[in-house]
Design a protein around this ligand. Structure first.
Ligand SMILES: Nc1nc2c(ncn2[C@@H]2O[C@H](COP(=O)(O)OP(=O)(O)OP(=O)(O)O)[C@@H](O)[C@H]2O)c(=O)[nH]1
Ligand SMILES: [Mg+2]
Length: 408
């Protein structure tokens, strides 16, 4: 009898121990389960682990936070975007490593947009003593008059209305934060980064209406890529204007890269350049084109022919076709791109002359309506005045401090 009791006690103790161990194990595995898709793919939950935001973003008229603070504080939409690109294993080397110098170049380049454009008008709007329902209507009116386009304006205004409670709507800082985060979402067009090493040679066709800055951009790109150690060749495909070839040769000298020039037929010049690029193992061939009026169907036919001939010279070429747009022309730039896109596949946009424009907001319209990624922006006439387009740095510069007075 006594032995039975002892055996029963031991059995109960073992069962209790097993139950305890099982419950402990299940609690442990629950705690360790990955919280997000990104973690399940092997990433660390660093977004949650970040310290809570302690500093609010500056608004126009205030001192700028140090760049590293701004860089560590992506808005909610951008956090998701950056998680996604990391999960896909994308290294956006150019785009996401915007350094202090580039941030400063953005700020200087966008000074006119901040000082004379819609940002200063927004600043005045929110500078009013009390923000009320009328202010939101005025916000819409300012954005509509700012080359941002009706759709992107709707997104920004909706972001403010839906994202903020009634009390928050009276808080200028909260409104600026919403404008910033929606702007970043609009600019983050989902496109893989350009990999110039994926093909040898990587063939880039550059097009756009006359005077937008094609040849200048080609010179800047050639210099940048040459400095990165690439073997670069230029093709003088603008045979329409006598001086165009000389202008490209001048840029070729500055960038220290050779130029292929030739007959009256632009396709023939580009064919020769790509062939030489293949034969002589160039890394990159950049092709200039003529930019007569976009209404000319002749130009479109010529561009289509150039693309066909490029494909004959090297299957798959051109690997990228970038349209150059002049920021000072505001929404006309968007119309140009729309017209070109009907006939020619555009894989990227270079927005030039930001430094001379108060219409920098047009980049929001370009990304929102065309869904073509902006690859670079021109911030001056000099060879180094080209920056990879980084939506976060761009928005930070656009709505940053100091602008209103410096550009006035
Ligand atoms: N301020 C400023 N000027 C620029 C920029 N990019 C180009 N330019 C100027 O714009 C003018 C036209 O540049 P081009 O490179 O000749 O333009 P294009 O598109 O090749 O012109 P066409 O060959 O006539 O079709 C030149 O005076 C350039 O210096 C920029 O980012 N900022
Ligand atoms: Mg030119």
């Amino acid at each position: 009898m006594q032995t039975d009791l002892i055996e029963l006690a031991i059995a109960i103790a073992i069962i209790a121990l097993v139950v305890f161990v099982l419950r402990w194990l299940s609690r442990r595995s629950r705690n360790r389960a990955p919280a997000t898709a990104f973690e399940r793919m092997g990433g660390e939950a660093e977004v949650e682990a970040r310290p809570r935001r302690q500093r609010r973003r500056p608004r126009p008229g205030e001192a700028e936070a140090p760049p590293e603070v701004a860089a560590r504080e992506p808005e909610p939409g951008m956090e998701r975007a950056s998680e996604r690109s990391r999960a896909e294993g994308i290294e956006r080397a150019d785009e996401l490593t915007t350094d202090d110098e580039s941030r400063e170049a953005y700020k200087v380049g966008l000074a006119k947009t901040r000082g004379g454009g819609f940002v200063s008008r927004l600043g005045k709007l929110f500078g009013k003593k009390k923000i009320d329902a009328d202010t939101l209507e005025e916000l819409e009116a300012v954005l509509l008059g700012a080359d941002i386009g009706p759709h992107a304006t709707g997104r920004i205004v909706d972001g403010v209305k839906r994202g903020l409670s009634k009390n928050e709507l009276e808080d200028e800082d909260k409104i600026w934060a919403r404008i910033r985060s929606t702007s970043k979402e609009i600019l983050a067009v989902d496109a893989p980064p350009v990999d110039t090493s994926a093909k040898k040679p990587f063939v880039l066709l550059v097009l756009g209406v006359n005077g937008v800055g094609k040849t200048t951009t080609i010179g800047k790109l050639a210099s940048k890529w040459k400095q990165e150690g690439k073997k670069v060749l230029l093709a003088a495909g603008d045979t329409f204007r006598a001086a165009a070839t000389e202008q490209l040769e001048e840029w070729g000298k500055r960038a220290d890269v050779p130029v292929v020039k030739g007959s009256k037929d632009p396709s023939a010049v580009i064919f020769d350049a790509i062939k030489r690029g293949v034969d002589e193992q160039y890394d990159i061939v950049i092709c200039d084109t003529a930019g007569r009026l976009h209404t000319s169907s002749g130009l479109m036919d010529e561009l289509k022919k150039i693309r066909r001939v490029a494909e004959k010279a090297m299957p798959g070429a051109p690997h990228e076709t970038w349209m150059v747009l002049d920021a000072t022309t505001g929404q006309n730039a968007v119309e140009q791109a729309r017209i070109f896109k009907q006939d020619v596949e555009i894989t990227g946009i270079v927005l030039t002359k930001l430094d001379g424009s108060s219409k920098g907001g047009v980049v929001l319209r370009i990304c929102d309506e065309l869904k073509v990624p902006v690859r670079y922006v021109g911030v001056g006439e000099k060879i180094g005045d080209l920056r990879p387009f980084d939506p976060i740095a761009f928005v930070d510069a656009l709505y940053s401090a100091a602008g209103a007075s410096e550009a006035a």
